[in-house]
Design a protein around this ligand. Structure first.
Ligand code: ARG
Length: 457
């Protein structure tokens, strides 16, 4: 048991208490950020004349030595330390002696852990953003290649109107674009530095908190020292944004699973991204999509968990807040893994345009366009709707599609129909004529706008 405290105790900590209390098993994840924060802290202390330049240099060299040795594997982060902060400080003192004991001047583990967590989350947001961006690039490529790949659009999972694959992928592009905006928004709002807030009430040393903030690339120092050590809003916001990303990935996964089914066969998942069955030799399963859909639950769980942990906490720091770490780390790693794997699966997936187009042709996705045809010839929409309803019923009875009806059959139901009905209800016309903003007929412009966005962001 290596602890940073003990002076006022007369007994050793019970081993079970020690184990229950310790966080080294997981907070070693922000080892680098902890050192980074300490380097900024001592740099500021020396600037303020609280440490000498020599002490500062010795401490920084010692800290860098620790990082080097941990990276080389010659120094192990072990459970004998209570947390990562204790590990770093104890090792520093071992290395450089008394100067190491000055590292924690004007600092508490409360502002230290608040800083470490912020630095970690900020770094991870950068990586998450790049993964989402890569997925957007994949989506825009698929859009560009499939501007004229016709397919049915669905409502209630029933064929509704013809669209293009570009249009469908474009919807996901918008969702993941918003996800990036959410991440950027969180990164901006959280970017104030808690270092120098002490345990809760600041310190009596003449710290320059703005200088520490600047060294660590924050926009400034936090405004209230109690809030600085008690705030985990940014963790909640991140987990909320991650939950939304997972919700999007999960919906997308669900579609991939449906599209990959024997009944649909809209897509074929690449061999490298599917798995087999131990008993049924014919099987090729969409396990990646299913796992992504399944892992959504644990990310939602993390969000609910931290919301619940925080809801009853009096100001300022409480040990309950140590619970923010494992679930945040797990959620971040889960989402990163899901984004990378889903992206890879999507990028290598084969889209079967023949099957998709055929499906759009059968299922009356052009029924609205047949009604619109009548409206363009002076029939009120409600009447047109009824007439096309009769056409559909007629086709269903004969087992044919609208374009397979003869003109005589059309005219028996309404004399308004002329020869140009066939062009009006061709899938291509249905799609290309939909040119209102955001509609499937204008996806070429959407691809260009997406590309501009990706270049600028
Ligand atoms: N491991 C602790 C945490 O994660 C570090 C802060 C400890 N502070 C304290 N007052 N015990 O929250």
């Amino acid at each position: 048991m290596a602890q940073l405290w003990g002076g006022r105790f007369t007994k050793e900590t019970d081993q079970l208490v020690y184990n229950f209390n310790a966080s080294i098993g997981f907070d070693q994840k922000f080892f680098r950020q902890d050192v980074q924060g300490s380097i900024a802290h001592v740099t500021m202390l020396a600037k303020q004349g609280i440490l000498t330049e020599q002490e500062r240099d010795d401490i920084i060299a010692g800290l860098q030595g620790i990082v080097k040795d941990v990276e080389a594997g010659t120094l192990k982060i072990t459970e004998e330390y209570e947390d990562i902060h204790s590990f770093v400080e104890a090792n520093l003192i071992d290395r450089i002696g008394d100067a190491g004991k000055k590292l924690h001047t004007g600092r508490s583990r409360n502002d230290q852990v608040a800083l470490d967590m912020k630095l970690y989350v900020r770094d991870e947001i950068g990586q998450l953003d790049q993964l989402v961006k890569h997925l957007l690039e994949t989506l825009n490529r698929i859009m560009e290649e499939n501007l004229h790949t016709y397919m049915p659009g669905f409502t209630h999972l029933q064929k509704a109107q013809p669209i293009t694959l570009a249009h469908h992928m474009g919807a996901y592009f918008e969702m993941f674009r918003r996800d990036r905006e959410r991440l950027a928004d969180i990164a901006r709002r959280m970017n104030l530095c808690p270092l120098g807030s002490g345990a809760l009430a600041g310190t009596t040393y003449p710290l320059d908190r703005e200088y520490s903030a600047e060294l660590l690339n924050f926009d400034g120092a936090t405004r209230n020292s109690m809030d600085s050590v008690a705030d985990r809003d940014y963790v909640i916001e991140l987990l909320s944004a991650l939950s939304t990303i997972m919700m999007h990935l999960s919906r997308f996964s669900e579609e991939v699973i449906i599209w990959n089914s024997n009944e649909y066969q809209f897509v074929e998942i690449d061999d490298a991204y599917s798995t087999g069955s131990s008993i049924m030799p014919q099987k090729k399963n969409p396990d990646i999509a299913e796992l992504v859909r399944g892992k959504t639950g644990r990310v939602y769980g993390a969000l609910i968990s931290i919301l619940t942990t925080m809801k009853g906490l009096p100001l300022a720091y409480n040990k309950d807040m140590q619970e923010d770490k494992e679930l945040t780390f797990d959620a971040i790693d889960t989402v990163k893994g899901c984004l990378a794997l889903f992206d890879g699966m999507l990028a290598t997936m084969k889209f079967r345009s023949d099957v998709m187009e055929n499906s759009a042709k059968h299922g009356f996705t052009n029924a609205t366009d047949a009604a619109d045809y009548l409206v363009n010839h002076g029939v009120p929409f409600r009447d047109a709707h009824g007439i096309v309803g009769q056409l559909v019923l007629y086709c269903l009875e004969k087992g044919i599609s609208l374009d397979q009806m003869s003109l005589e059959e059309y005219q028996k139901i309404s004399p308004v129909f002329q020869d140009d009905i066939y062009n009006a209800i061709s899938i291509r016309t249905c799609v290309e004529k939909r040119t209102t903003k955001g509609a499937p007929g204008v996806m070429e412009a959407a691809v260009a706008e997406n590309r501009r966005y990706l270049m600028e962001n």
